[in-house]
Design a protein around this ligand. Structure first.
Ligand code: GLU
Length: 304
């Protein structure tokens, strides 16, 4: 498998040079677009990696998977009174639909949806940002994981659109806590800096029926795992989720930091990262790496 991952890495490198690094969060604009990392964590606990797989990057919207998982653990099915379950067909930070649908976001993977989910966590925990960081540390087995203060400050400074969504939801009665506290918690989680290896290990529970690799325990139930994977399949890649589903066919979640985590249920979790994005906000080279991975998946040795 190691040779196979290195081959995919080499082929995906041909896509470097296409796309643009996210600039609407200025701290992200400083990322090197030539970076490309891939890491795979199998359910047997093997780790394979190629390229820049150990460099921490801003996980951004991949955080929405963590937020959703924790909110479902603490609030159960009641969460769906606050947020929907269907693709939005709109950009991830759109406000138009939110107004028309009276402050109930379409799904937990658009910004408004993740902000509502975060509001549930702010209600549940005493120090939500620290709690989220600690969960990321425990899930990945890496105590060095940090919230990148520079990214957090940059997101806070440029929060107008997310603040508009949050205030709109607050006006519709769909946010219990103060907007500033909810946004601060949401940005803190998006600003977690994790590597491909960290993320492949941390989200390995999604491939293993909820069994967390580094924690040596069941993090969520198999049923919940299946449901989270389903939402990743339908809503995980912004408004390009359908294109990605056709080309790759795996549950996945991307972030504007350039990372994408994909899940092969029952087998493994993969994280690919490269900062330059296409017009939908998904990493060009990481998507291609996952496409190559999916194409060659049938040739993988059964033990993989
Ligand atoms: N923190 C980013 C925002 O709220 C997340 C964007 C993303 O990765 O989609 O705009």
């Amino acid at each position: 498998m190691q040779g196979w991952i290195e081959d995919i890495h080499a082929r995906a490198r041909t896509r470097l040079g296409s796309g643009h690094v996210a600039s609407y969060i200025p701290a992200l604009a400083r990322q090197d677009p030539e970076r490309l990392g891939i890491a795979v964590c199998t359910n047997a606990g093997e780790l394979y990696a190629a390229g820049d797989a150990e460099i921490p990057f801003s996980i951004q919207s991949i955080a929405k998977v963590l937020l959703l998982t924790l909110a479902l653990r603490t609030h159960g099915e009641g969460l769906w009174e606050r947020v929907g379950l269907n693709p939005s067909g709109m950009p991830f930070n759109s406000l138009a639909q939110l107004e028309a649908e009276r402050g109930k976001p379409r799904n937990p993977f658009i910004n408004a949806g993740a902000i509502v989910v975060t509001d549930r966590l702010v209600s549940a925990f005493a120090t939500p940002p620290k709690h989220l960081r600690d969960v990321a540390r425990r899930l990945s087995g890496n105590d060095a994981i940090l919230i990148d203060d520079g990214v957090l400050a940059s997101e806070w400074q440029h929060r107008s659109r997310n603040a508009a969504a949050a205030y709109l939801m607050k006006a519709f009665g769909n946010l219990d806590n103060e907007v500033d506290e909810v946004l601060h918690t949401y940005f803190s989680c998006c600003a977690l800096a994790m590597s491909c290896k960290d993320l492949a290990i941390a989200l390995s529970f999604l491939a293993a029926g909820g069994q967390a690799q580094a924690m040596d325990e069941r993090f969520v139930s198999p049923g919940l795992t299946r449901r989270i994977n389903s939402i990743m399949s339908t809503c995980g890649l912004y408004d390009a989720a359908g294109d990605f589903a056709y080309r790759v066919g795996l549950p996945a979640k991307s972030g504007v930091g350039g990372g994408i985590v994909a899940v092969v249920p029952g087998r493994m979790t993969i994280c690919a990262w490269s900062p330059a994005l296409d017009e939908s906000g998904n990493s060009v080279a990481a998507q291609y790496a996952l496409e190559l991975f999916a194409e060659e998946f049938d040739q993988m040795p059964p033990s993989g």
